[in-house]
Design a protein around this ligand. Sequence first.
Ligand code: BGC
Length: 247
Amino acid sequence: MKILGIDIGGSGIKGGIVNTKTGKLVSQKIRFETPSPSSPKRVIKKIKKNIIKELDWNKYVGCGFPGIVNKNKILSAANVSNKWVGVNVSKRISRKTGCESFVLNDADAAGLAEMKYGSGKNKKGTVLMITVGTGLGTSIFIDGKLIPNIEFGHLKMYGDCAEKYASNSVRKQLDLSMNDWCSRFNEYIKYVEDLISPDLIIFGGGISKYFNEYDSLLKSRSKILPAKLENDAGIIGAALYTSLSLE
Ligand code: BGC
């Protein structure tokens, strides 16, 4: 089945048509900067113009969102406008674009894709996916089953959220060396490992592309693998979630 996957992020919005049988993108990938302010109105308008119209799409859409999502409704929005809270994104997208859609947390989407087509394929036990970007997104799978909306990026570290200490945007803002950033990230991993003892950690987000340049600096009890689908995992997982929701 072909489904348009969209990944709404704090810095960028990406989309592409996915073949959910193979987990591969079958169109160009479109990316644009998240508008500021990132209100639902502005974001959905841009998605319609830059992705849906551009790809001439009128069928199902899957959408990953950077916050807690329950039955297509947004319950938190840390790195995008607070105006999203309470919005039923699925209804809003259908109303504005005519496309039926299903919405889930962005890290849950990335995790679903990695578990089906990527580094988590056939992996049993506890698998933790961490997407390292503007925030820290997390998803947990127990014997392949997703526990939705795990917000471990918001665990407290040094009086604030962990993602304010160890995300990729913090690395850029503070111009941290890879060594310094990895030692922050290692503290974060230790914290999470003390809570859930994963068998495998999948490291995703934009910087997973360069994983072999710094993986020797990462320390963990569990095995860490880079996301095989790199930064496309969110788009692919959103499309996959939609095809599963339609079954
Ligand atoms: C949000 C999560 C999201 C993560 C990555 C966090 O601030 O609370 O829901 O998965 O950022 O986008």
